[in-house]
Unconditional design. Structure first.
Length: 192
């Protein structure tokens, strides 16, 4: 059982790990570097996490929780399924496009980067993407629409935006979400 002092340092450990994993990648961020950035000895880090993989899962979990909370808050006031999807996309984009170490770890670290943690990371990712599954199930789409493929396409497009998005560019996160959802909606209307 961790001591109260050790528990009070947990946020420092998680913040340091998120910052270093974001900037150096999972392989490039060592336990020694993370401990040093948190102001502790490497052995002290093991009071919190038995392995680097467990630390990654904790960072990833915090990132997924932050993004999930933002999406749930964004969709809550909306009743129309298209409006709910657009609000979710805006919240997702705002979360991954801001300068946040946790969100960047979620988007940049692939579960296969940490084979021992892969099942847990995939579970966390799938749980989050389940929100989008539910939103897509509520849409009035043409019969035969592959909603699974639609979710994969949408999540891929949203997540890829971090590579081309510019804060001074043509679209802000709301504009990007509106355009993406508008294109999906337009495609459904053409097929109808």
């Amino acid at each position: 059982m961790a001591t109260p002092h050790a528990d009070s340092r947990l946020p420092l450990v998680l913040d340091a790990a998120a910052r270093l994993i974001r900037s150096r990648g999972y392989e490039g961020a060592s336990v020694r570097q993370i401990a040093q950035a948190a102001g502790m000895l490497p052995g002290s880090l093991y009071c919190h996490f038995a392995t680097k993989d467990e630390l990654l899962v904790a960072v990833y979990l915090r990132g997924v929780e932050q993004i999930t909370e933002a999406v749930l808050a964004a969709i809550e006031p909306h009743d129309d399924p298209w409006d709910r999807l657009e609000a979710a996309c805006v919240a997702h984009l705002e979360a991954i496009l801001r300068d946040d170490d946790y969100a960047q770890v979620v988007v940049r670290v692939r579960p296969s980067d940490a084979p021992a943690a892969e099942p847990r990371l995939v579970e966390l990712r799938n749980r989050y993407e389940g929100l989008f599954n539910e939103l897509l199930q509520q849409l009035p789409l043409a019969r035969g629409t592959d909603r699974h493929a639609l979710r994969l396409m949408l999540m891929g497009a949203l997540n890829w935006s971090q590579t081309w998005y510019r804060p001074d560019g043509r679209f802000n996160p709301r504009g990007i979400a509106r355009k993406f959802v508008g294109l999906l909606r337009q495609a459904q209307e053409v097929d109808a």
